[in-house]
Write a protein that binds this ligand. Structure first.
Ligand code: 3HC
Length: 693
């Protein structure tokens, strides 16, 4: 064995050279890895005893991409392209032996091998788009040559991880070898191709699939049209598409020039900076200071859910999806049956769209059982999540019962969206087992999970909840107990200003448009119409004193009644409503105010800056661990546009001093709702950024 450098070895297995990379955690293409590959291939090619070369990785994965931490500074030599040239022009067959996830630059390296073999659990992808980028090492030109432009469009604009079986049928890998026997399999494969003297074809020279798409611009036009909504606001999907167009219409080397130009543009832009920040922010959120890595975890083998409504049902589905049995308890048979029926329908709908198989529908439904008795069903659960009506007395009653029923050590969780969890925990004799698991509706779809740490919640319960969140595919953020926790507390600021702006002369559609253009999927008034204006509205108590009262009394309760803030046609297309406009104007007249023309800039700043200020207050009160956690909450739970990073990241782009100055200006004109947090003032005085918090 020869050590090429600290992360690369070269060995000879008979007449096959094996280059082994070992650069934890994910064998990313750091300078050391590039150098190891370059020198390793050089030595293997020069070694007369070697007939073919296998590239394999140690650890959990093949190369998972470029080293994202190196972005933004000049890359040390050798460049990745030097490594790729060396591989592609090798006079001996090069075989990439793939396990784990072969992603981004990792796949681009593998596409420069003459052959690829993989284990069945391997996954292939070009996920650069999720970092606001495009594959910048020839992937945009090679992938369409392997899988065809249509498949390349889908893979590169979604970043999807393609399973090995699909990779085999699409030509991305040449052979699958037995799980756990990658090295032997790859060496045997290399020996075979060397013995057969197969010609060493390069992907760059394989033009059949791209030529077949030449002169068919509709492939791209149709794809753009079909995905316009999904790609709105993002630069990277469009740039990826343009690279594939170049692959189809230009010779390889010309296509590479287009790739380089567009890659550099994206890399220098603000969107990719925000998306790369997001990548690390989400990983950072998993790290809880003070909780040791070896904190004992509580095995979660069975889960209980209280409440078979939309929330309870959605929560239960998450666990069934991960193969964990769930029992849902309701008070009466009818709502229980209804809830279980809705769960089945949801699964069937997913199956009808090809998301899961019919057998999976049955498996998952079989994992979810119903019961009318907590006593009978909860004695053996490891975790119970309460998802009933938001009333403290009801929650306390339930937790007192759970304390009596559940086994010692079981986690007792509430899905409250804002009630005081310490108060809920106080009725139990085991507050250390009580935690908030705040799912967002629809709970089987939304990625965010706010994990709420109460005063006495134990480290084990927190660590177990964080791990479980990952297992069920959620993005978890640990927050502290305060009204609304992190997400809804910040939302409250925006909602208040949106309502106030309406009373000053901005129409709901003006405010919605500004926020939509900013990148939110919809504005607050369109959102209210979608959710239903009558959520929390009580007809008997309605006295026409708010705009909502008047709209609900007129049976304008949102999309479901064909009208709300907006008028809707039969296809639920929204139009500004003269009725709503009149209601608003009547209220303004009654209040004695003079409506004024409000600029888009003011709408945006009034809605967003108080959110940033509230974020700082949350950090001041230590209800969130770090500013990036707030951004993770807002991206994953409230539709904050990913390419704008999150409210705190955005605040840094605007400049903390400008945010402070505006808040002071608003405070002088409109009162203490805009009072800057003392920490914001200090931040600016110290010349720091929100991301320093
Ligand atoms: N560069 C640097 N660090 C990386 C990295 C990368 N490409 N990929 C992962 N890491 C780090 C993570 O930050 C994390 O560090 P931490 O432990 O200090 O928090 C650690 O590796 C483990 O990552 P995960 O927690 O995400 O581990 P998982 O096992 O859950 O997931 C993974 C592994 C699927 C490989 C996932 O990490 C991932 O998706 N990585 C990014 C892949 C990617 O985007 N590749 C393309 C990069 S851009 C590129 O290649 C440009 C090229 O075209 C020129």
């Amino acid at each position: 064995m020869t050590a090429i450098n600290a992360v690369t070895d070269l060995t000879l297995d008979g007449d096959i050279a094996v280059i082994t990379l070992n650069s934890p955690p994910v064998n990313a293409l750091s300078a050391a890895v590039r150098q190891g590959l370059f020198e390793g291939f050089k030595a293997a090619i020069a070694d007369p005893a070697a007939k073919a070369i296998v590239l394999i990785c140690e650890g959990r994965t093949f190369i998972a991409g470029a080293d994202i931490t190196e972005f933004g500074s000049a890359m040390a030599d050798p460049q990745l392209a030097d490594v790729q040239d060396m591989m592609e022009s090798s006079t001996k067959p090069v075989v990439a032996a793939i396990h784990g996830t072969v992603l981004g630059g990792g796949l681009e390296v593998a596409l420069c091998a003459h052959y690829r073999v993989a284990v069945p659990s391997a996954k292939f992808g070009l996920p650069e788009v999720n970092l606001g980028l495009l594959p910048g090492a020839g992937g945009t030109q090679r992938l369409p040559r392997v899988v065809g432009p249509e498949r390349a469009l889908e893979m590169m604009t979604s970043g999807r991880h393609v399973p090995a079986k699909e990779a085999l049928s699409g030509g991305l890998t040449d052979e699958l070898v037995e799980e756990g026997k990658l090295k032997e399999g790859a060496i045997a494969f290399a020996r075979k191709v060397a013995a057969e003297n197969r010609p060493l074809t390069k992907i760059r020279d394989q033009n059949a699939k791209v030529e077949a798409a030449r002169g068919k611009p509709e492939i791209f036009a149709d794809f753009r049209k079909a995905n316009a909504r999904k790609f709105r606001g993002f630069l990277a999907p469009e740039y990826n598409i343009q690279c594939i167009e170049a692959a189809v219409n230009l010779p390889f080397d010309e296509g590479m020039k287009v790739e380089r130009k567009l890659f550099n543009e994206l890399m220098a832009g603000s969107q990719s900076a925000a998306q790369r920040y997001t990548f690390f922010a989400e990983r950072q959120a998993q790290k809880i200071p003070g909780i040791a890595d070896d904190t004992p975890l509580i095995p979660i083998k069975k889960v209980g859910v209280i409440g078979a409504g939309t929330m309870g049902g959605g929560i239960a589905m998450n666990f069934a999806n991960a193969g964990i049995p769930v029992v849902i308890v309701e008070q009466k048979q009818e709502p229980l049956d209804k809830g279980l029926g809705i769960i089945r329908k949801n699964y069937e709908r997913t199956a009808s769209r090809g998301g899961i198989t019919a057998a999976q529908v049955e498996e998952r439904c079989a994992l979810i059982t119903g019961s009318l008795s907590m006593e009978e069903s909860f004695a053996d659960v490891d975790l119970v999540i309460e998802a009933v009506f938001e009333r403290m007395d009801i929650k306390k009653d339930i937790f007192a019962k759970l304390d009596a029923i559940c086994k010692p050590g079981a986690i007792l969780a509430t899905n409250t969206s804002g009630l005081n969890i310490d108060e809920i925990a106080s009725v139990t004799k085991r507050p250390e087992s009580v935690i908030g698991l705040h799912f967002f509706s629809p709970a089987n779809v939304m990625k965010l999970l706010e994990i709420v740490r109460a005063d006495h919640t134990s480290d084990s319960v927190i660590a177990t909840s964080m791990k479980l969140a990952k297992q069920i595919g959620k993005t978890a953020v640990l927050v502290g107990v305060c009204p609304g926790f992190v997400g809804n507390r910040i939302l409250g600021q925006r909602q208040r200003e949106a309502q106030k702006l309406v009373m000053e002369g901005a129409m709901p559609w003006d405010i919605d448009r500004v926020l939509y253009d900013f990148g939110f999927p919809m504005g607050p008034f369109a959102m209210s119409d979608l959710a239903g204006l009558d959520i929390g509205w009580v007809k008997e108590k309605s006295n026409g004193e708010s705009i909502r009262d008047v709209l609900c009394e007129a049976d304008r309760r949102g999309q479901k009644t064909g009208a709300g803030y907006y008028d809707y046609d039969e296809n639920r297309n929204a139009k500004p409503s003269p009725f709503t406009e009149k209601v608003i104007n009547d209220f303004i007249v009654k209040s004695g105010a003079n409506p004024r023309k409000i600029s888009d800039e003011e709408i945006l700043e009034r809605c967003i800056f108080p959110m940033i200020n509230e974020g700082v207050k949350i950090l001041e009160e230590k209800k969130a661990i770090r500013s990036s956690d707030i951004d993770v909450v807002w991206q994953n739970g409230y539709g904050w546009p990913v390419y704008r990073g999150g409210p705190m990241w955005y605040g840094d782009q605007v400049g903390p001093d400008k945010v402070l100055a505006k808040m002071q200006d608003f405070q002088a004109k409109m009162g203490d709702a805009f009072k800057p947090s003392p920490l914001l003032e200090k931040l600016v005085a110290d010349g720091k950024k929100f991301s320093d918090l």
